[in-house]
Write a protein of this length. Structure first.
Lengths: 282, 359, 279
């Protein structure tokens, strides 16, 4: 993980028929060790977090024997139940809106050429690249100064839908990319209406993409913090906001248990989403 | 052509925005005060400043769900209120902040008829300068700023602000000091250390205080007003600039923790319950405030959070060891200052604080 | 007739996203521009005024910009330095293992980043996990990494490393390794082969990864707050404070946001330029 290991990558390019030098023989192990370190780096916090969620000690950093008390306490915590409810409401609605709107957009972009298409596509991708703090602040200003909308769950749903539209559109478009338009034409030639064609031909072929996009949108919304932080209102606490305030105000190991559960949920959802995308390629 | 489309789009969007700004179809109707309890009450309070069971008990008795959000400084509270943070029904500003909010017309006058338990409050906490006649605020808890330390890990018990600010004495504590993340508190402490008033607006004095804090910064682990209690208890920090109650609570978890008010003097505060003007549930808010002033409720909060109560009637219900502890009483012979509303000069403190944190 | 119907269909399909993005994304960005151009006070007075941009150029702000930029560049650099060999290594594994390794690099990206930052706090705190580990290994001196700049960099690299590896892996996987052999046959040294063949052909991946990491790291405010002990103000903190803490200065906050977007645009412009050159 220093200059040397980078420069050694260059040695990987040695053709097999040449006599291997010391560097060539070292390259493989060095790269392997580098990879090992990175995987340890990536998974150590996750492992420690899960381990401490089962620790009986009231301090998060000390092992105090096995216990599931924090999980029990977690399920009795009404504040967390409320945050969970809020999170699920926000994630469901923003998933629903974003999936419908994103899919429509992807269909339009794959089917039609139109003036201003480039500008439209740029705008569509912008929410993915723009810093989330700018997104959060600008929406907050808009809501407070212009719309005078009370901050709360609806405003969080609005905000999440914005970036989720972009992600869903990207994923559904990828699915539509290999789609054979002649199938639709054939259906129309046989007398199907556009509506029928969509539901009988197009939709069955692209639904894994739609579902995968929907799952991604749900997961993104579940974990979103920065934008939510700005547009949230009184009592509209989502789980990430709850975690942040728990970390800020001092922690009970309850947070380890909460974090572990959130981790497991996100990982399950994403694995599902990726498996769905795989189905496409096979 | 593309350009025209973009220009047209921007014009339309702006048109809509401007239209919305002036017509404002979503504007909320003025608040109606009805003597009926609301279903929910939104409380905006300092972190770790309430016993959670108080909320559930209140719900059991009155059927009103109390939803709590936290803030970390008076200034954050003010900003939230100014930035259309409407929707809160009860807030907890400190003394000088009540004065600022009153001046900015952010508070609703209290109907004392609904707050009969005001009679429980000690006379010395009533009718103070920041709110004559308690028109807008009810005393909640008070405390003092000082230094919490770990007596096993500190080489000698601190006695003076010099033990927190003099770089010559800080080497053993490098990376193990926590300072309040609060402009008025941190700069105020440095001003007292230098022998100035914590309410000064003299730029030279403020500049000197700034230099003290900048020189201290390399030794500081974190600026934090919310979790220094836990950091102290978990031995993460050895010295903590903090408030009485939180340090007393740290002592409960870790008996090595002690508290001292530096001999040069320090700051004291009284936090108050108030109702923002934008609240739509003023009556419910008053019922809740009255509930918090009940002796048994007040004592329950003190027994957990360990700040001092202005509630005379609660005194007999508070654990004696809390009443007798160093964090509960005002020490003899040490000067304690109240923070004052400094008007526009108050911004100077925030500016300096940004400069210190921006170093 | 057909044409008109198609146009109707197109309009119908695009209407919801246009409305949603226009109203809740573009219009807010427009508002930020407007706010940056008006007077401060209460918290905004609708009077045209450019003074926010004068306040933007305060030496303190420039210092903080520079720090945020340095931190973003450093994070990008470390991610690249660590991520490139990793992506290269993964790309050379057999297909099944390759998919698995790739999947496990991306997985933490989907875990809640706040939760993982908190896990790092547990790991790094004095008398915490690392400290005890080092102590057990015989290091007497306690080291407290938590609340240091090192902790901030560790946290940021942790957050953004998957962003770097993903595009890098994409471009290295597509790379045709026989080209390297060809270069050697033509007498190129290993370094030359890397510099003249491998690197240029994987440049789109390098650029895309760096851009993603750079933009994200530039706007960060959570990691410095939690792992850095809220001691060093970053650009993101500055924006947040001017809006959400007193003294409020919304025009300045808006100008700060726009300046951040400007840097971001420079990054994107650079990305497209390099991509075009290497294409």
């Amino acid at each position: 993980m220093n200059e040397r290991s980078l420069s050694t990558t260059t040695r990987a390019t040695v053709p097999i028929h040449r006599r291997a030098t010391l560097w060539d023989r070292l390259l493989e192990p060095v790269l392997g060790v580098n990879a090992c370190f990175i995987y340890v780096f990536l998974y150590m916090p996750i492992v420690v977090l899960i381990a401490f969620s089962f620790s009986a000690s009231p301090f998060s950093a000390v092992w105090g024997g096995f216990s599931i008390d924090w999980y029990i306490q977690l399920f009795q915590d009404s504040e967390i139940a409320r945050a969970l409810r809020n999170t699920l409401i926000v994630a469901s609605f923003s998933m629903l809106f974003a999936t419908i709107i994103g899919t429509m957009t992807a269909l339009a972009l794959s089917k039609f050429q139109f003036r201003g298409r480039n500008a439209f596509e740029t705008t569509l991708n912008l929410p993915i690249v723009i810093p989330d703090i700018v997104q959060g602040i600008s929406l907050l200003m808009f809501l407070v100064l212009v719309v005078h909308l009370a901050l709360g769950l609806p405003t969080i749903i609005i905000a999440h839908t914005v970036f989720n539209i972009s992600y869903v559109a990207v994923i559904v478009r990828a699915r539509l990319h290999g789609f054979d338009r002649r199938l639709e034409e054939a259906a129309m030639d046989l007398g199907a209406t556009e509506w029928q064609t969509f539901w009988k031909i197009t939709f069955p072929l692209i639904w894994p993409g739609i579902l995968s996009g929907a799952l991604l949108a749900f997961t993104l919304s579940l974990d979103e913090f920065v934008v939510t932080f700005f547009v949230t209102g009184p009592g509209a606490t989502t789980l990430p906001i709850q975690v942040y305030s728990m970390v800020k105000r001092g922690v009970t190991p309850e947070i380890n248990a909460l974090a572990t559960l959130m981790l497991v949920a996100s990982i399950l959802l994403v694995t599902l989403s990726i498996l769905l995308q795989r189905r496409r390629s096979s | 052509m593309k350009k025209y489309a973009i220009v047209a789009g921007v014009v339309i969007v702006f048109g809509v925005a401007v239209w919305l700004m002036y017509v404002n179809p979503f504007s909320t109707s003025p608040r109606a005060v009805t003597p009926q309890l609301a279903k929910e009450l939104h409380l905006f309070i300092w972190s770790n400043y309430l016993d959670p069971t108080v909320k559930t008990d209140f719900e059991k008795e009155f059927g009103v769900k109390v939803i709590e959000d936290n803030f970390a400084s008076n200034e954050d509270l003010l900003a939230k209120l100014q930035a259309g943070g409407s929707g809160y029904d009860v807030i907890v500003p400190s003394d000088y902040m009540v004065q600022i909010m009153r001046k900015q017309n952010l508070l609703a006058p209290l109907d004392l008829k609904n707050i009969a338990n005001f009679k429980n409050i000690n006379q010395s906490f009533k009718n103070l300068d920041f709110d004559p006649g308690n028109q807008f605020s009810m005393p909640y808890m008070w405390g003092t700023t000082g230094i919490g330390y770990n007596k096993k890990k500190a080489s000698a018990p601190p006695t003076s602000w010099a033990d927190l600010f003099d770089p010559a004495k800080l080497e053993p504590y490098k990376g193990r000091i926590s300072m309040l993340d609060d402009a008025r508190e941190a700069i105020g402490a440095a001003l007292i250390y230098l022998g100035f008033s914590p309410n000064t607006t003299n730029e030279k004095e403020l500049e000197a205080a700034k230099q003290v804090l900048i020189k201290q910064k390399p030794f500081v682990a974190k600026y934090d007003s919310e979790s220094f209690r836990d950091s102290l208890a978990a031995n993460e920090v050895i010295l903590a600039h903090g408030w009485t109650g939180d340090i007393a609570a740290a002592k409960v978890a870790n008996p090595d923790i002690e508290f001292v008010i530096p001999k040069e003097g320090s700051l004291t505060f009284l936090d108050n319950l108030a109702i923002p003007k934008t609240s739509k549930n003023q009556y419910t808010a008053e019922v809740f405030i009255n509930y918090l002033l009940r002796p048994e409720i007040s004592a329950k909060i003190v027994n957990l959070r360990r700040y001092a109560s202005p509630n005379d009637a609660a005194k007999s219900l508070i654990q004696p060891e809390i009443l007798n502890s160093a964090t509960y009483s005002r020490p003899e012979g040490i000067k304690l200052y109240w923070l004052q509303d400094l008007g526009p000069a108050g911004d100077l403190y925030e500016k300096i604080w940004t400069e210190i944190k921006g170093q | 007739m057909e044409k008109q119907r198609e146009r109707g269909q197109l309009a119908l399909l695009l209407l919801p996203s246009t409305l949603w993005l226009g109203l809740f994304f573009l219009a807010p960005l427009g508002i930020i521009l407007v706010i940056s151009l008006v007077q401060r006070g209460g918290p905004v007075a609708w009077q045209l005024d450019g003074s926010a941009y004068v306040r933007l150029l305060d030496p303190l702000h420039l210092k903080i910009f520079l720090r945020s930029l340095t931190l973003a560049v450093l994070t990008t650099f470390v991610c690249l330095l660590v991520g490139y060999p990793l992506a290269y290594y993964i790309a050379q594994r057999p297909p099944r293992l390759r998919h698995l390794l790739h999947f496990f690099v991306l997985l933490p990206l989907w875990a809640n980043s706040l939760v993982l930052t908190y896990a790092w706090m547990v790991l790094l705190r004095p008398e915490g996990f690392f400290d005890s580990l080092l102590h057990a290994l015989g290091f007497a001196e306690p080291i407290s990494l938590l609340y240091t700049p090192t902790a901030v960099v560790i946290g940021l690299v942790y957050w953004y490393l998957p962003f770097m590896v993903y595009p890098l892996y994409g471009s290295i996987e597509k790379f045709d390794f026989t080209l390297i052999e060809a270069a050697h046959d033509l007498g190129a040294t290993r370094f030359q082969a890397f510099r003249k063949v491998l690197l240029p052909l994987t440049m789109p991946g390098v650029m895309a990864g760096s851009l993603l990491v750079f933009i994200s790291a530039l706007g960060t405010f959570v990691v410095p707050a939690l792992l850095g002990g809220d001691k060093t103000l970053m650009w993101g903190n500055l924006i947040q404070q001017r809006f959400l803490s007193t003294p409020q200065d919304w025009p300045l906050g808006a100008a700060l946001s726009l300046a951040m977007m400007l840097f971001m645009s420079v990054g994107i412009w650079f990305y497209f330029r390099v991509n075009r050159e290497s294409a």
